[in-house]
Design a protein around this ligand. Structure first.
Ligand code: NAI
Ligand code: MG
Length: 369
């Protein structure tokens, strides 16, 4: 039996509440299907700070390094507002992303049929939607140097951020997008602004060359990122995989996410380079939402984003595609049966708690497998 090493980092706020629902699923898969998940647990964010004064310990960083995949809950909140910048809860997540070199951020936007009325867009625009945004996560304008505020001495200041991309960074993110497209509708749309940015010219050139050399079986389109934003809202179903840089990806993935629904529904994955020995990519899976301090500890959190992040983990880290699909179907079925946590419920509708939602997904998953 294969062992699959998973590190769970629930974090703080609603993180531990939603992670508890994933733990139930892992337990079930180990007991009934011999899935062989070997679980380690660690502290990150506020829970780590409260325990030992750091946002993540070296010991837990080592566990992340040894794991096949990391499941991350959420971190942050007003409780830790006054702690020093480099040990604040969010620093733990940034450290993980940086040390694991997670350069590819994947955010799917799918429409669950039962929630197709919940979008601000017309039903026929989003019904059946299933797109994937692949965002470059470790380069571009968020990291480029110089990055500073200069005092010009005449009562004026100058803020500077620098957009920098090297060929290898574009090649590797394009490679991830093309590989993923092959497992989906085989179509990639690359977005940049080559009309006004040199890095956009290079982006376009390298994506085009990478495509021609290695992935010519995949359909490739280019779109200017601003036009892409319009098209995402006008007719999102024209897309399959969208690949873009860090800044455009940040904005476009938020737009795409909100095409369909609540923050409590949205999973994400981040990948690093494949391991030289095993070929496996370092990966971290986490919901898009934060620690939701306003509802934490009340059993109100929607666990679906966390559970759907685990489904992504099954698909991408462990090649358990059938199980991932069944788990996603279990989520869709439970929604179809009318179960709602408060964030996705109509006003005055009956709602269920975090653990009731988790139990319902587990029950449905059990009956499907
Ligand atoms: P948030 O995502 O925590 O919450 C925004 C709103 O959505 C809140 O009203 C919250 O109750 C609701 N919400 C979020 N997830 C939900 C779920 N699963 N079920 C039901 N409702 C849900 O974002 P906010 O309030 O801006 O940030 C709170 C803290 O989280 C901050 O400290 C922030 O830095 C941190 N944060 C952490 C992230 C992470 O751990 N990856 C990502 C985003 C924010
Ligand atoms: Mg953002």
């Amino acid at each position: 039996m294969a062992t699959r090493k998973l590190l769970l980092l629930p974090g703080d706020g609603i993180g531990p509440e939603t992670m508890a629902e994933v733990r139930k699923l892992i337990g079930f898969m180990n007991e009934s299907h011999g899935a062989g998940f070997e679980i380690e647990e660690g502290l990150v964010g506020g829970s780590a700070y409260d325990a030992h004064g750091k946002s993540i310990s070296e010991e837990d960083m080592a566990k992340a390094d040894a794991a096949d995949a990391v499941l991350f809950g959420a971190v942050g909140g007003p409780k830790w507002d006054s702690v020093a910048y480099d040990v604040r809860p969010e620093a733990g997540l940034l450290r993980l992303r940086k040390d694991m070199e997670l350069f590819a951020n994947l955010r799917p936007a799918i429409c669950y049929p039962a929630l197709s009325d919940a979008s601000s867009l017309k039903k026929d625009v989003i019904e059946g939607l299933d797109i994937l945004i692949v965002r470059e996560l470790t380069g571009g304008v968020y990291f480029g140097e110089p990055k500073e505020i200069i005092d010009l001495g005449n009562g004026q200041k100058r803020g500077i951020d620098t957009q920098v991309y090297d060929t290898y960074e574009i090649e590797r993110i394009a490679g991830v997008a093309f590989e993923l497209a092959r497992t989906r509708q085989n179509k990639v749309t690359s977005m940049e602004k080559r009309n006004v940015m040199k890095s956009g010219v290079l982006w376009n050139e390298v994506v085009t060359r990478t495509h021609a050399e290695k992935y010519s079986d995949v359909a490739l389109d280019h779109m200017l990122a601003d036009a892409g934003g319009m098209q995402l809202v006008r007719w999102p179903k024209q897309f399959d995989v969208i690949v873009c840089d860090n800044l455009f990806g940040d904005m476009l993935s938020d737009v795409a996410a909100m095409l369909t629904g609540s923050l409590g529904m949205l999973p994400s994955a981040s990948f690093g380079a494949p391991d030289g020995k095993t070929g496996m990519r370092k990966a971290l899976y986490e919901p898009v939402h934060g620690s939701a301090p306003d509802i934490s500890g009340k059993g109100l959190a929607n666990p679906i984003a966390m559970i759907a992040s685990f489904a992504m983990c099954l698909r991408y880290s462990f090649d358990m595609v059938k199980e991932a699909e069944m788990l996603e179907k279990a989520i869709a079925d439970v929604l179809e049966n009318g179960l709602r946590t408060t964030d996705i419920a109509a006003p005055h509708a009956e709602t269920v708690s975090t653990s009731e939602m988790g139990d319902a997904v587990l029950e449905r998953f059990r009956s499907l497998t």
